[in-house]
Design a binder for this molecule. Sequence first.
Ligand SMILES: *Cc1c(COP(=O)(O)O)cnc(C)c1O
Length: 379
Amino acid sequence: MKFSTKAIHVGQEPESVTGAVTVPLFQTSTYAQIEIGKHTGFEYARTQNPTRFAWEENLAALEEGIAAFAFGSGTAAVDTVMRLLNAGDHVIMAEDMYGGTYRLATKVLERFGLTFSFVDMRDPANVAKAVTDRTAMIYTETPTNPMMTLTDLVEVAKVARQHGVLMVVDNTFASPYFQRPLTLGADIVVHSATKYLGGHSDLVSGIVATNRDDIAERLKFLQNAVGAVPGPFECWLLLRSSKTLAVRMDRHQSNAMQIAAYCASHPRVQVTHYPGLPSHPQHALAQRQMSGFGGMISIELGSLAAATAFTKALKVFTLAESLGGVESLVCHPVSMTHGSIPKEQRDRLGVTEGLVRLSVGIEDVEDLLADLEQAFQHI
Ligand SMILES: *Cc1c(COP(=O)(O)O)cnc(C)c1O
């Protein structure tokens, strides 16, 4: 089965009692048992929920994994993945990544005895150099938020194999429609389902997929033992969103391609970061490991004053955190999403006060281009 057919059908057989073609919302905390020691396979909803199981089966199929586990947020998903490790273990993490993941690592997980090295993952040699005898995991995000840099997943997976360590990829920006890390050598894929998987800016959720039986078993245990599960309604909404993931991603991408090209030639824009542009330093890698470039673009406007004037003047783009919804959003990473990353590190990465991130929605591209043009005039 191909991608869209899987998205619409896997985990979503018509329901057995009434034939409902949509997976019902099982909004329950517990299930009646037949007699002591005898039940239907459903005992308590932290452990088992049919709506959640349907969503997990669906996403596992889209990522070409064997199992997936849903969580209450992307951050909860990352946290549970980290609980595969033990105190004293070392993790090699991408230095350019979602601020909340960096905060979880440095402000929470280090207190429990994990250690982290943050490296520039653009060069797989940096990853190999950072391996120690305590290294247990390589964790990356590609493309990254907000600088749109890439990790060569095949090459970094080789390093992981060679040293027998887990490789985890945050696939939030690309979605499984454009990139499937498990097929490129990763062991675990993480998503903030709040973004493209949800796609309508109306829920917060997370999900993890794997293609290894041993990891699936441990994640299943941790999902129940730690308990950061989503409610069934989120899973129900995610199943509905999954059905349109392919058509939404195609439109995000075609709109973003036109907007990136427009920004790249605009006099008010100093740099346009978008992996779909031939000028992107890793464009060839993007073509190799992704089947599309997604809907996220970052532009450098040169100063906080320019970023402020520009974002204030936009009318169709809404100034807000988050991304991946049908509506276009604009965000100022330094003040909004990346405040927890130290200034020296931000400066090194290029996350400056003049940097603005666009989450290109699926509106008519002419309206988006006109909105950007009038806002550039206010700089
Ligand atoms: C938003 C985001 C997260 C965190 O997910 P939440 O659902 O907000 O907890 C993790 N990684 C990336 C790349 C994100 O964009």
